[in-house]
Design a protein around this ligand. Sequence first.
Ligand SMILES: O=C(CO)[C@@H](O)[C@H](O)[C@H](O)[C@H](O)COP(=O)(O)O
Ligand SMILES: [Zn+2]
Length: 666
Amino acid sequence: MPKLESGTPRIALISEHASPLAALGGTDAGGQNVYVAQVARHLAALGYVVDVFTRRDDPGLPEVLAWVPGVRVIHVPAGPAAALPKEDLLPLMADFTRFMAGFMAREGSYDLLHANFWMSGLVAADLARMLGLPFVITFHALGKVRRLHQGEADGFPEARLAIEERLVREAHRIIAECPQDEADLRELYAADPARIVTVPCGFDPAEFMPQDRREARQRLGLDPDEALVLQLGRMVPRKGVDDAIRGFARALRGRDLSARLLVVGGNSPDPDPALTPELGRLQAIARAEGVADRVTFTGSRERAALRDYYSAADVFVSTPWYEPFGITPLEAMACGTPVLGARVGGIQFTVVDGETGSLVPPRDPAALGQRLGDLLTDAPLRERMGQAALQRVRTHFTWEGVARQLAQVYREVGQEVERTRPPTVPAAAQTTSPITVERAFQGLIAALAHSRAALQPQIGAAAQAISECFERGNKVLVCGNGGSAADAQHFAAELVGRFRLDGRRGLPVLALTADTALLTAWSNDVGFGDVFARQVEAFGCPGDLLLVISTSGQSPNVVAALQAARTRGLTTLALLGGSGGAARPLADLPLMVASTDTPRIQEIQLLALHLICELVEEQISAAVPASLPTAARLNPPGAASPLISALQISAPQISAAQETRKGANL
Ligand SMILES: O=C(CO)[C@@H](O)[C@H](O)[C@H](O)[C@H](O)COP(=O)(O)O
Ligand SMILES: [Zn+2]
C-alpha cells in the first residue's frame, strides 16, 4: 500500500519566506503564514508527521523547533539570518535546496513535498527531480496575475514567470484556492485541468467564533453605540485600504450616522508611518476625505485579539484590487460579521452577494460607499447576513476540512505515483541512494567553485613549466599512490601519446608507478617509503621536472621523492588537496584543490591534469614557426630535441622563472 495511504506519512511543507511562527501584520506576513501554520497543525491532527521548512531570518531561531505535536519547524540557513524582502530571495533558493537535501539525507526523506509560493516550488521541483518524490504546490499568488494588477510595481525577478510555468508543468497537483485561481491557472498558465484541485483556505473554529458585540467592544475600549466598520490585514497598496476610506467617507455623506472605521494592521503595534510607509498615505487620504476624526488606525494586533475586533464590527470591509484567496473575510464571517468585499479572487467565492454580505467592483469607492451606507442603516439585514456567513464558513471553510481535502489529494498523488512506478526496478537501482548522488554533485560543484580562483593560474604556471622543461630537452617524472598512481600513468599516456593534437612528436614523461618488477622488489626488500625517490635518483637529471600527485600531501614516498628531486636539481610540482601536508613546502609550484574529500580532490586533479596536457599542446604548437611546412612543424627533423629547438625561450629565462617560483613558495 502506498505510504500516503497508511501509517504516518511524512510531509514536508516548504514555505521559504512565510514562517508559521510569524505574526500577522507585516508586509511579508499574511495569509500564507496562517495557511502553512494551520495546514501543518491539522495534517498532524490527522496523523501526518509534518516538517515545515522556512528560511532562518533571525539568528535566535534554532535549526529544528518542535512546534506542536507532530509538527517541527526547520529553519533553513539560506542567506543572512535577517529579515529580507521576498523579492530578494530567489538567489538563496539553491542553498535552501542543498540544505534540504542534506537534512533529508540525515533525517530521512518525505512521502510528499507540498510547496507554498513559487520559490518554494522551485525547491520542491528540484528535490522532486533528484529524489523521485511527488510534489504539490499552492501558489498563494501568481506572477502573471500580480503583473496584470501591479504592473511596474512588481519587484520580483523576471525569472518568476518561467519558473511558475515550469512548476505548473511538473507538479503532481496544483492546489487552486478558489475558482478564480483555477481559471487563472488554466487561462494564463495553460495548466492541465486534470492536475488542478480547488481546496480553499480556512479558519479555525477554536480561534474564531462570535463574541458578544458589546463585550468585545468593551474589551477593546471602543464606543458601544457607534456603527463600526472594520478593515484588517496587511497594509500594502493592493489591499485597497484607500478605497475603503474613500467609500466610508461617501457612506457618511448625506447620512446622519455616527460611525467609525477601524483600520487594523501595519508593521508595528503602534500606528507609526515611519515603520509602515503606507500608513502615512492612508492618513493623508482620511484627512483629504474629511474623515480623519472618524478613522482610527490601530497598528498591528496579536492574533489572539482579532476575534474581538471581528466581533465588535458591524461590517467587515475588504476591497483589494485582486486577492488570490483572502483569509480575513472568512475570519470575519466566522465571528458572525457580514462582509462587504470586492468582487475579485477568492472573496467573490467566500462571500455570497446579498446573503452573507455584499460584493462591489474593485477600486470603486462610490459603489462601496453606497453599499456600506445601506448596510450600516439596516441592522436586521446585517443580522441575517451575519448568521448566514457563520453558517457558510462553518460548513465549507474550516482548516480541519481543508486538511482533509489536502490529505485526499496526497492520497490520490500517492496512488498515481504507485501506479506509474516502473514495474521492475532493478535491484541495484533500489538500493541506490539518490541523496548520495546529489551530495556528490553538490560537493564537486562546491569544491570546483572554491578551487577555481587559485587553481586556474596554478594550472597555467604548471603547463608553462612543463613546456619549458620539454623545450630544454628535459623530461618529466610523475608519481603518486592509488588513484594518483593511475592519474600519473594517465597523464604520461596523454603526453607520450597525444591529448588533442594529432601528428606531434611524443613528449618525454615517465610514470614512476608503472614498473611492477621494480616496485615490488624494492618495496619487498628495502621499503615502500623511497620507492619513488629511488627512481628519481636513477632517472632524474638536473633540469628535469618531478610532478607528484597526492590528495593528502602526506604519503611518505611522495614526500621522499620531492626531497630527492630537490637534491638532484629537478623542478618540483605537486598536485595536492586539503592543506597540502608535508609535500607542499617541498614543491616549487604547489597546485591546490580546495577540498578535503579525497574523491572530489581526485576528480578535480584529473581536470587539472587534462588542462595541463591541453595547454602544453597549445604552447608547443604555438611555439613552432608557422612558416615551416605542417609536417615539419609537428615533427621537425634534426637534433635531439627538434621541436623544442623551435621554441624561443632561453635557458636563463627558465631558471629565472624557477627562482621566482621558489621564492614565492618560501
Ligand atoms: O583512489 C583512491 C581514493 O579515491 C585511493 O586509491 C587513494 O588514491 C589511495 O588511498 C592513496 O594511497 C591515497 O594517497 P594520497 O592521495 O593521500 O597521497
Ligand atoms: Zn579513487
